[in-house]
Design a protein around this ligand. Structure first.
Ligand SMILES: [Zn+2]
Length: 318
């Protein structure tokens, strides 16, 4: 009897310690979750390391441990690339008119309104003129938060106007791509944007001006099939998924398993679709170097830049 009571007492003491430990653990986890939710900490989705959001932001949202590139929104990207105080946004008031009256679970116009309220964006791209280390550029930044960065008529129109401005002013164009592709809610009208933007880029190119797309995770569908692949120099962020059709669709069509690194920036670099992979922390420096190299310099010895040389040699070959 005494033994039983003793063991019961011991058991309850064990339970008490176990509970205390468990609760303490949960308490810590809850606290961590709360801090993550509060945005104080950030857990890397790749390596799981916790880092201060402030430190992560200072490192341009690149994980200091494994180099994982967290997605950044358009405002943050502009802040990273453009010299402070030089950004002049363009066409901020363009809204989609829902030309097809599209509806799935919600109407397309409701979806657009809700996204504008949530993100403060009017559509999936921000465009404007600014300076990158004192060089003027025309910059477009796609924002994945707005319907997966999909390209509808507003994205097409804003990018076309940006490129036309750049052609007029003889500015280089940089477009940071992050998109699932064409916007199905605008059907045919969103597919037309591929040709419209490509046409504007051709006129920019005819003026011997520089265009650099930066492919970030993910760049897919109609964006890959048009302006993302039309660059004079195509840059990509490490491990970015760059594709036309999705992996599953291709596997089902071909009935074979695709390699692990299929549709990654690294695989595309190997096959010549991408010219270089640049870590985000080096992106501004790299873009500045490329732009400076392409700009006619006042010193004549630097005037014959790489791209001029290439176009001249192709003329000779013809
Ligand atoms: Zn990491």
């Amino acid at each position: 009897m005494a033994n039983n009571e003793e063991s019961r007492g011991l058991k309850s003491l064990f339970d008490w310690f176990a509970n205390r430990k468990k609760n303490g653990q949960i308490g810590i986890e809850r606290q961590q979750e709360r801090e993550i939710a509060d945005g104080l900490w950030h857990k890397c989705p790749k390596c799981g390391v916790l880092s201060y959001t402030k430190d992560l932001l200072a490192n341009q949202m690149v994980c200091g441990d494994c180099g994982y590139h967290n997605r950044v929104d358009s405002d943050e990207r502009i802040r990273q690339l453009i010299d402070a105080g030089t950004w002049r946004a363009m066409d901020e008031n363009l809204h989609s008119a829902d030309p097809l009256g599209f509806r799935d679970r919600k109407t397309y116009s409701d979806r657009l309104r809700e996204l504008t309220e949530k993100t403060g964006l009017t559509d999936a791209v921000k465009t404007g003129l600014g300076q990158i280390d004192n060089h003027p550029i025309a910059l477009g930044v796609m924002d994945f938060r707005f319907l997966g960065g999909s390209m509808g008529s507003v994205v097409g129109e804003k990018l076309t106007r940006l490129i036309e401005q750049a052609t007029q002013r003889r500015y280089p164009v940089v477009i940071v791509c992050a998109s699932g592709g064409a916007r199905m809610q605008e059907g045919m009208l969103s597919l037309m944007q591929m040709a419209k933007i490509s046409g504007a880029l051709q006129r920019h190119h005819d003026e011997k001006l520089l265009y650099i797309p930066v492919l970030t995770n993910p760049t897919a569908g109609g964006v890959t099939a048009s302006f993302a692949m039309l660059g004079d120099i195509i840059l990509a962020e490490p491990k970015a998924m760059i594709a036309f059709a999705g992996r599953r669709v291709i596997e089902q069509t071909l009935r074979e398993k695709l390699p692990e690194d299929f549709q990654t920036a690294e695989d595309l670099l190997k096959h010549g679709f991408v010219d270089d992979i640049v870590c985000r922390t080096q992106l501004k420096k790299t873009l500045t170097q490329l732009i400076a190299l392409h700009q006619p310099s006042s010193t004549p010895s630097h005037n014959m830049v790489l791209w001029e040389t290439r176009s001249l040699s192709s003329t000779v070959a013809e």
